[in-house]
Design a protein around this ligand. Structure first.
Ligand code: CTP
Ligand code: MG
Length: 266
């Protein structure tokens, strides 16, 4: 039984969890795509900079693959080397780490792909504003802009009605206890069919809020996506901005003073 009620009496905090343990097989890069330089720094640095600019995020935890040392030398980044075989498993393990470090079931977690490096602080804030008063939580998403085709043998076999169809993005924001419970129910099947947090919450019988995002918030997936990301970041966010101290907000520092969440896992 999954509870959607905040079991704590203290105000819930907002944590961010960045799954960063994939190999980027479709990107064709020599290093996992999240570490591929974009506008002068590894892609994940841009993602981290966006979250660092949102004061309501108490802490950001990056889930990397076991043995991944790329971010290990940077004391300003919290890392959990508990990445799994699938994205869902990486998230599930990261939630357990947040819990072990003192996060509560009633706290909110914003799960965000490390590979969505074009997300903006304003988009993150918009999701928080929309979800904080909501009983379930929700996700950034975009109404499908194009005509949708069903393919058969490389040909368009049918046109699918696009009414009420949205493209799911991240961040996706849910209470830690709700999301952990929803994913736990799918763990025995290897998280089959769970491609984002919302799909796990939907499988638990709940309907996440769709919060309109932006076409800018792409997931860098294919080789050509890097040039697009580079162009957007070079125009809108100079590389120097991406090198700003990460996770240094007052809220984050307060959270670190307040409990074991300040401890760093390698
Ligand atoms: N991810 C993860 N653990 C996995 C798989 C993916 O933490 N086992 C992360 C990726 O690092 C990425 C995000 O989930 O930040 C979204 O996944 P995706 O874009 O599919 O990245 P990859 O799985 O690395 O790429 P590909 O599917 O092309 O191999
Ligand atoms: Mg993948």
């Amino acid at each position: 039984m999954i509870s959607i009620v905040n079991p704590t009496t203290r105000p819930p905090r907002c944590f961010a969890l960045l799954p960063c343990a994939g190999s980027g097989s479709r990107a064709g890069t020599a290093v996992p795509k999240q570490y591929q330089p974009v506008a002068g720094v590894p892609m994940v640095r841009h993602t981290l900079a966006a979250f660092a600019a949102v004061p309501r995020i108490a802490r950001v935890l990056v889930v990397v693959a076991p043995g991944d040392e790329v971010l290990a030398a940077d004391a300003s980044v919290s890392i959990a080397a508990c990445g799994g075989v699938t994205r869902a498993e990486s998230v599930f393990n990261g939630l357990a780490t947040l819990r072990a470090q003192g996060a509560r079931d009633g706290d909110w977690v914003l799960v965000h792909d490390a590979a969505r490096c074009l997300v903006t602080p304003a988009q993150i804030d918009a999701l928080i504003d929309a979800c904080l008063p909501d009983a379930v939580g929700g996700l950034l998403a975009l109404p499908l802009p194009d005509t949708l085709k069903a393919e058969h043998g490389g040909r368009a076999a049918a046109t699918i009605d696009r009414d009420h169809k949205w493209l799911a993005q991240t961040p996706q924001m849910f209470r830690l206890g709700l999301l952990h419970g929803a994913l736990a129910e799918r763990a025995a099947t290897g998280f089959a069919g769970i491609t984002d947090e919302a799909s796990a919450v939907e499988a638990a019988g709940l309907q996440p809020l769709l919060v309109r995002g932006s076409a800018r918030n792409i997931k860098v997936t294919y080789p050509e996506d890097f040039a697009l990301a580079e162009a957007v970041l070079s125009a809108a966010r100079p590389p120097e901005g991406a090198k700003a101290p990460l996770g240094g907000s007052a809220a984050c520092e307060a959270a670190e003073r307040g409990g074991t969440l300040g401890s760093r896992e390698k």
